[in-house]
Design a protein around this ligand. Structure first.
Ligand SMILES: [Zn+2]
Length: 140
């Protein structure tokens, strides 16, 4: 099982995640440094965010699969006019990542330099004062 690097971010999260019965295992694993995606036991599909049913075959009851954190930037943007809730973060970058395991997701970029399409990246755990979030940065 791969453990992701923790990046300390001072202050509270601008918006804490809404924890549901479905997402609770994800957040518990993330607090331990493991990024898990949902895994269909029937057809093998990996998907994120966590879901109760497989989006491909409809099977009920998804398992969990830890990912390596290795990724490639598929797309990126810099947000200059942030919503009021995130205005203290701006400008900030968002990326669409393709994980090595074949899952695509959107997350915040916390790398030192602006993200570039097709660059190698990695998931990290953002350790805020009040809990964790996840983000991405350039490959080590
Ligand atoms: Zn399935």
């Amino acid at each position: 099982m791969n453990e992701l690097e923790f990046v300390v971010v001072h202050g509270s999260r601008a918006l804490a995640p809404r924890i549901s019965q479905q997402s609770e295992p994800f957040w518990t694993r993330l607090a331990g440094g493991v990024f898990g995606v949902a895994h269909c036991e029937l057809c093998g599909r990996l998907t994120f965010p966590p879901k109760a049913n497989c989006p491909d075959c409809g099977a009920v009851g998804m398992g969990w699969h830890p990912v390596s954190g290795d990724a490639t930037v598929y797309s990126a943007t810099v947000v200059h006019a942030a919503p009021a809730l995130f205005s203290a973060l701006g400008p900030y970058a968002l990326v669409v990542l393709d994980l090595a395991e074949g899952v695509r997701l959107v997350t915040r970029w916390v790398g030192a330099a602006p993200p570039r399409c097709e660059q190698r990246a990695r998931l990290v755990v953002l350790q805020h004062d009040d809990g964790v979030l996840f983000g991405a940065m350039e490959q080590g």
